[in-house]
Design a protein around this ligand. Structure first.
Ligand code: SF4
Length: 330
């Protein structure tokens, strides 16, 4: 069913993020890593949008720009209709509370010398969340929300398992009542069964607290269970955007199909067209002309090598960047 249009909580328009490359010779021309190149998408409140692709596709760089950890080379990022590059000091503080992040490595993102109580207290005091006495109740509430016992508050991060630490990462993000959470490979370091538990917890919290997630992952099978919409990126560009079901049932880009064909299907009666892509992702310093995927695409033609495909709308929830999106069938 097509998604109903709502006012986006996040709107990314023509985002470019280029990083200068250190010169090796004085007369060498200036070169740039084109980490993100003209990326546009929006996220509706209360939904999960996932960005998927191999390492180096620009997904985490996009996340960093949204968190305002890097200033974009060009393009705009609007949060609730406000350009985040133009926020006043006061607005920026509120924005930092509204948008939280959960990282891949829960241990690295938790201070090993601080108890969970100190960590949560600090997060809440920076954002002036409640007075001291109310914070006590809030901390207990947070332990309930993420399914950890109350005595966890007195313990240090190394005393928890990987899945529990990720629950603590979620509790810390929730401590300041965020609206949008960027989950950067948030479950990638976990075992499959623990991954499922954390994803289920995140889905439950989303419903209860009306949270919006921007989920960044290299693994399409992980985002399938949590996403409303999926963005597939390759070498700094979006190659396909679609609603979850549409993407999994009718992928239109060969790269998406290649990612899908790498996911094992538990049912032996269900067959999926196998697309094997060989070779490495080309350098983002000097990306291929034409379609950036042509060096690895089994369907590439001369046209693909010279003319860059636009991201085109093929139905009201699905956009693809491939010259042959309508004719290729997988
Ligand atoms: Fe492959 Fe050509 Fe489509 Fe690019 S435009 S994905 S090279 S068929």
């Amino acid at each position: 069913m097509p998604s109903k249009a709502k006012t986006p909580i996040l709107e990314v328009t023509h985002l470019k993020q280029y990083f200068p490359v250190k010169k090796e010779r004085i007369l060498e021309a200036k070169r740039y890593v084109q980490a993100v190149d003209d990326v546009s998408f929006s996220v509706e409140p209360g939904t999960t949008v996932s960005i998927v692709g191999e390492s180096g596709c620009g997904k985490s760089t996009t996340g960093r720009a949204i968190l305002r950890l890097d200033d974009p080379t060009s393009g705009t990022i609007e949060y609730n209709g406000q350009d985040i590059a133009k926020l006043s000091k006061k607005e920026l503080k509120a924005f930092r509370g509204d948008i939280q992040v959960i990282f891949q490595d829960p241990f690295a993102s938790l201070n090993p010398r601080r108890t969970i109580r100190q960590m949560l207290n600090e997060a809440m005091s920076i954002q002036n969340v409640m007075d001291k006495t109310k914070r006590e109740d809030r901390m207990l509430e947070l332990m309930d929300l993420v399914g950890l016992p109350y005595d966890s508050l007195e313990r240090l991060p190394h005393e928890f398992s990987g899945g529990q630490r990720q629950r603590l990462g979620i509790a810390r993000a929730l401590a300041v009542n965020p609206k949008l959470i960027v989950c950067d490979e948030a479950v990638s370091a976990l075992d499959v069964s623990v991954q499922a538990q954390v994803l289920n917890l995140m889905k439950k919290l989303q419903k209860e607290l009306n949270l919006t997630y921007l989920f960044i992952s290299h693994d399409l099978s992980v985002v399938k269970h949590i996403s409303n919409r999926i963005i597939v990126m390759y070498l700094g560009k979006i190659v396909e955007i679609a609603d979850n079901e549409d993407l999994f049932q009718s992928p239109r880009h060969p790269y998406t199909q290649a990612l899908l064909s790498a996911i094992p299907i538990p049912d032996v009666n269900v067959k999926r067209t196998q697309i094997d892509i060989t070779g490495d992702v080309p350098s983002p310093i000097n990306p291929p002309k034409g379609c950036r995927f042509h060096t690895r695409c089994p369907f590439a033609t001369e046209h693909c090598r010279t003319v860059e495909p636009e991201l085109r709308t093929i139905n009201n929830t699905h956009q693809v960047s491939c010259h042959y999106a309508e004719t290729l069938s997988f």
